[in-house]
Design a protein around this ligand. Structure first.
Ligand code: CA
Length: 652
């Protein structure tokens, strides 16, 4: 009897081997990855296909790994609880089932594809062993092309932003990840520049599943990637930087020591958008690359440049913004470009002493140095080399600077990724936090680099100051970021304007089309652990309502939990973020003609909060902001370009 059983087991194993197919599902069993013997993977959720068989592999100097044959697989599980203070949730419990599938190429060289599958997320990467061939054992690998593909089913629509041409735009600084979005387009639609699309990329299948594709764990050991244009046979493939980036300087591929691994490709899947907005996959599969040198503090900041522009980088205006931070109880002020020319280092030390006397700390702007572009802004050339960078950072530490905003990187080549890492690592040695503008998407960096705060990598608030058309697009774009850009990384948007017209002179400049309460809502919806808010000192005396000012005094910038209640990309979003035991619930109606129905009692129930034993502040009224301490008994209407914001704190 026992022999028969054994034979049956062997037969079953042989059958699996003949198909040579591996499958791995998430802990709740709904998200499933299947891998074929010829190294194609497909994905289904709750029995419905969301990715058709898609290629795995790459081409490298040590061999062509784009045609692979199954060898074996191993399976295990991972579970960990980790803390990151700078993302959408302060503590994350990550559980995943792992399959490591070993393939060989035609030259019998091995590569492992490691899949981690949690309830709504897939992450996969290539793990390359050091080959043992007779007489030669290469110590490194140069990858020139990935064939990794994402073949979405026919009828899927896309929500995408194009990858820019290199060396175009202001002072030839692009790509700076500040392009427009194109919504609900067919897969076949060609991208604006013909270079495909910037991560993260959102899709909705014809069967109604939402799919977010991105990458994480990209550091100095790889380049940043994006998605190609659609190919009817392959689908989308992972695309490397353009050779023209960085003025043509540097390789467009990736090289690392072996044994070693590529970054993770990530796929988040949900029947609704909650798993998209709530995903933590960008941080689940990465590790801190160093310990924080000090206990970094986050908070709110004033920023003179956003409304008062270059002319504000002078003693009196910067003092006015320090005084604004002091009056608002904000922790920081950000001093933008040309401070070295307009104030100089001695005067800057004096300004920092003044700020500190008001309990305000200072961030300073630096050029990335950009010898590969033509920017005029200074200080320039201080961060490019390790010796000059360390000398500058030693001065910053002595002067009491708490962080830097480094601008105008442009590009995803491995040399640029290495430059970000070098700045971050050195800055940590001097107790400095880093904000990046004109910069690529952060890919797991909040956890990998503990002094990383946030990156722009979005068409941010400055464009609303520059162009009326960006003000006109604000209602739509504000309802995109919770599902796309801001869900995979902190977003340095620099928002929440309380002036109606966006310039130093409140009678001039582009006109904001969203309401004051909408701007309050953005302080919660846009997540960045230090928020450079766009208020001006004049907001304290120009009749801006105390209701709005008091909200901006109290709003936190770090969150313990984030929940999506409802929404649709570009149309509306209702979401809740928890700070301590207080819930901030925001409903933004961007572009829906009919009102969004906001039922705060139902949301409280969903969040496990009893409104009967909670204190509440409910902000409504658009540009005539009003606050009520009562949660409305029935659903309230949120009109187009308006918002309702509720702060709810249970008594116990
Ligand atoms: Ca910018």
């Amino acid at each position: 009897m026992r022999k028969i059983l054994m034979a049956a087991v062997v037969a079953a194993a042989a059958l699996v081997c003949a198909n040579a197919q591996t499958s791995v599902s998430g802990p709740d069993g709904k998200l499933k990855v299947s891998v074929s013997a010829d190294a194609r993977y497909s994905v289904e959720y709750d029995g419905v296909q969301v990715l058709e068989p898609s290629a795995l592999g790459f081409k490298a100097n040590i061999g062509d790994f784009s045609a692979l044959k199954f060898v074996k697989d191993t399976a295990y599980t991972v579970e960990q609880t980790y803390k990151v203070p700078t993302i959408k949730a302060s503590e994350v419990n990550y559980k995943a089932n792992v399959a490591v599938v070993t393939f060989q190429n035609e030259a019998a060289l091995s590569v492992d594809v490691e899949f981690r599958v949690s309830d709504n997320d897939i992450a996969f990467r290539y793990v390359v062993p050091r080959p043992r061939t007779r007489g030669y054992a290469p110590g490194g690998i140069r990858i020139s092309e990935e064939v990794s593909a994402f073949k979405l089913p026919a009828g899927t629509v896309s929500f995408l932003t194009p990858q820019s041409d290199a060396m175009i735009g202001f002072a030839r600084t692009k790509p700076s990840y500040e392009e427009f979005y194109y919504l609900e387009k067919p897969l076949e639609e060609k991208s604006e520049y013909g270079h495909g699309y910037t991560f993260p990329c959102l899709f909705k299948t014809a069967q109604g599943a939402w799919v977010l594709i991105s990458e994480t764990g990209v550091d100095s050991r790889y380049c940043g990637s994006h998605l190609s244009d659609w190919d009817p046979v392959k689908g989308y493939t992972v695309a490397f930087p353009l050779p023209e980036e960085n003025n043509g300087e540097g390789d467009a591929g990736a090289a690392f020591s072996i044994p070693g691994a590529t970054p993770w490709r990530t796929i988040t899947v949900g029947k609704d958008l909650a798993p998209i907005t709530e995903t933590t996959v960008a941080w689940d599969v990465v590790e801190p690359l160093y310990e924080p040198s000090i206990d970094y503090k986050y908070g709110r900041s004033s920023w003179s440049w956003i409304l008062w522009q270059d002319a504000s980088i002078n003693w009196d205006d910067l003092v006015a913004y320090i005084d604004l931070s002091a009056a608002m109880g904000w922790e920081y002020t950000l001093v933008d470009a040309y401070w070295d020319r307009n104030l100089g280092y001695d005067k800057m030390e004096e300004l920092i002493r003044y700020a500190n006397s008001k309990n305000v700390d200072v961030f300073l702007w630096y050029s990335s140095s950009g010898w590969w572009n033509d920017i005029p802004q200074s200080p320039k050339d201080n961060l490019t080399t390790a010796p000059s960078r360390k000398k500058e950072m030693a001065w910053m530490k002595k002067a009491g600077v708490k962080g830097i905003k480094v601008d105008f990187f442009g590009g995803d080549k491995q040399q640029t990724l290495r430059y970000y890492e070098d700045i971050l690592s050195d800055a940590n040695d001097y107790g400095l936090m880093c904000i990046f503008h004109g910069a690529t998407l952060p890919r797991g960096w909040e956890r990998m680099y503990p002094n990383f705060v946030g990156s722009e990598a979005v068409r941010a608030s400055e464009n609303m100051v520059f162009n009326q058309s960006d003000c006109d697009l604000e209602p739509e774009f504000a309802c995109l970021h919770p599902f796309i850009r801001n869900t995979v990384a902190s977003m340095e948007f620099g928002g929440s304007f309380l002036q109606r017209r966006l310039s130093r002179n409140p009678q001039r400049g582009s006109r904001r089309v969203t309401t004051d309460v909408f701007q309050l809502g953005l302080a919660v919806v846009y997540q960045n652990p230090i928020q450079n808010f766009a208020l001006a000192p004049t907001n304290l005396t120009d009749g801006t309502s105390d209701i709005c000012l008091d909200f901006m005094r109290e709003v936190p910038t770090t969150w313990d939990e984030t929940r999506l209640i409802d929404g649709y990309p570009g149309k509306y979003v209702t979401m809740a973020r928890r700070h301590g035991n207080t819930w901030y619930i925001v409903s933004l109606n961007g572009t829906l003609e009919k009102p969004v129905k906001l039922d705060l009692n139902a949301i409280c129930k969903k969040l496990g909060v009893d409104p009967g034993v909670s204190s509440a502040k409910v902000y409504s009224g658009g540009n005539d902001a009003a606050v009520s301490t009562k949660i409305p008994a029935k659903a309230v209407d949120v009109a187009q370009t308006d918002a309702v914001v509720a702060i709810i704190t249970p008594w116990r």
